[in-house]
Ligand binder design. Sequence first.
Ligand code: 5GP
Ligand code: ZN
Length: 113
Amino acid sequence: MSCLFCRIIAGEIPASKVYEDDRIIAFNDINPQAPLHVLIVPREHVATLNDLSAAHDGLVGEMVRRAAALAKERGYAESGFRTVFNCHEGAGQSVFHIHLHVLGGRRFSWPPG
Ligand code: 5GP
Ligand code: ZN
């Protein structure tokens, strides 16, 4: 298995997990860009956002709602938090298993770099 996040899901590579259920896991980013930087990852391998189908709509909804729940747990629901899906290299995607970045605990500028 060559996909890094599939290997984390399989327990072959350790990760600092903050949430898991039967469809999703969430763990701290190894190179955090903010005091809160969690990756929400589906257990199913989907390489990019381009590979999603209507069958994934519920799963993506769960990912987004989990991001909001984790931000709320950490106290950032009202002060603000950033969620990001990067799609392909030009947007900064480096791991080709979809993941939702959840960042909080500092101010974020717009537009993003
Ligand atoms: P992308 O650049 O694909 O949007 O995001 C990939 C993220 O995965 C990066 O923020 C990077 O720091 C993180 N990452 C890469 N390798 C590992 C790892 O082995 N463990 C963890 N926890 N995060 C990783
Ligand atoms: Zn994968």
